[in-house]
Each structure stands twice: as C-alpha cells, then as structure tokens.
Design a protein around this ligand. Sequence first.
Ligand SMILES: [Zn+2]
Length: 257
Amino acid sequence: MSGATPSRPAPPAGPLAAPLTAPALLRPAPSPNHDARPAGTPVDTLVLHYTGMQSGAAALARLCDPAAQVSAHYLVEEDGTVFALVPEHRRAWHAGISEWRGQQQLNGRSIGIEIVNPGHEWGYRDFPALQMAAVCDLCLDILSRHPIPPWNVVAHSDVAPDRKQDPGEKFDWEGLAANGVGLWPGPAAAPAPPAEQALALLGAIGYRTDLPLPVLLTAFQRHWRPALVDGKADPGTMARLAALHAALVDAGAPPGA
Ligand SMILES: [Zn+2]
C-alpha cells in the first residue's frame, strides 16, 4: 500500500455508469466472454435466466471463465447483489440458439440477466423477495436505456423451448409486470378458444412453431400459466394464450412473426 490519498474508485465507464434506481448493490465482475454486437442491430429484447448451478459463486466463476464461453450482462444473487459482467453495448453469450418473433440468434440484440437459483436440476426453489426486487430494478434500469417493448421481455425457455426451462415457473413474472416489466394479462373475459388454435396463438405471441406443440405449451405455461405446467392445451391454458395475445395487441405489438 502506498501513502497516496485514499480515493473512491472511478465509476465504470459507459452504460454501467447509470445508477440503479433502488438499493441494489452493483458490483463489477468483468467477464471476458463477449464480442461486438452486429452492426445496425437494435437492443430490443431482454432475456431472463436462472443460473442452474449449485451456488451463485460457482455460477459467477463459470460466467467469467474464458474456457466456458458463456456470460450474461448481469448476475443477480439471492440477496439482491447485482454483478455487472459485460457492458451493455457488447454482445454477451447467454441465449445460444434462440428465436423470438421471427428473430434468431438473440444474443446480438438482447440484454441477458442470470438470476441465481439452483434450477430444476439442483433443487429448484423460490426466488427471494430481495432478489426479485433487485431483478425488477435492474430490468427497469435497462428498459430506460433501450427500446425493448414489453412483449420482448422473455424467458430463456421462451426463446429456446426445446432446450431450456429457465427461469421457470417459480419466477415472479406477474410481479415484474405489475411494476412495468413485461406483459401479464388479467383474467380472460371471453370463453377459451378451441385447442386447435394453440399453435397459431403461440406463433402470434412470438414462439417458433416448428417444434412439438407440448414443448411449446410447456414453455408458455412456465411463463404465463405457472400453476400447471403439463404441456396440454386445456381450457385454462387456451384462455391464457388468448388473453396474452390480446394484451400484446393492446400494447401495440405488430402482428406476430
Ligand atoms: Zn438460460
């Protein structure tokens, strides 16, 4: 240690300099796993994940390991601590093969947030309120900086339904939407449409339609009908599909991909 006058560390340059709006702690934890975004591509999608590892520390180490070739822009610990891994103007490697509303390779146009939870493999558990509050504040902060419409706030399982389950049915999407992050339709007023309309509605919402219907319905249920995730086009699921589609149209979404 030198005898130099103590000074505060300089705030990070670039988008991360914007302060979080709430009492979350933002800690730098730079990951080397990123590259340039494709030229001329807007950042118009927000993809939420769970880490799916046994601890937050293990997840953070992996997301910063050059050999792992994975990352996200942020990681949110269960106590609400937010780690900043990749600057928002760079492409983090979080979504892999992915598609939503006709756009593929979503890493190029998205911000990715990893949320610490062991996931379905290691003991899936509730997301603590402090963690959800930090996620919400972080999302609102991100939405203030990028043209991300509510219908493009999605789960990893929405954009890769054949490979991914995260962040899963315990994630509080309804609470986020109540705070202005993403879409959560109210109770459906109309009778549920027939099951034959499931695929068309899924496609209009944004899902790719070239996968088995139960796979797509499972992904939809994890996000928008978490009470029962069974991949079936029951009346409750059909009502939720129609209600979400109506909410999307009301919010101004262009016709589905
Ligand atoms: Zn994921």
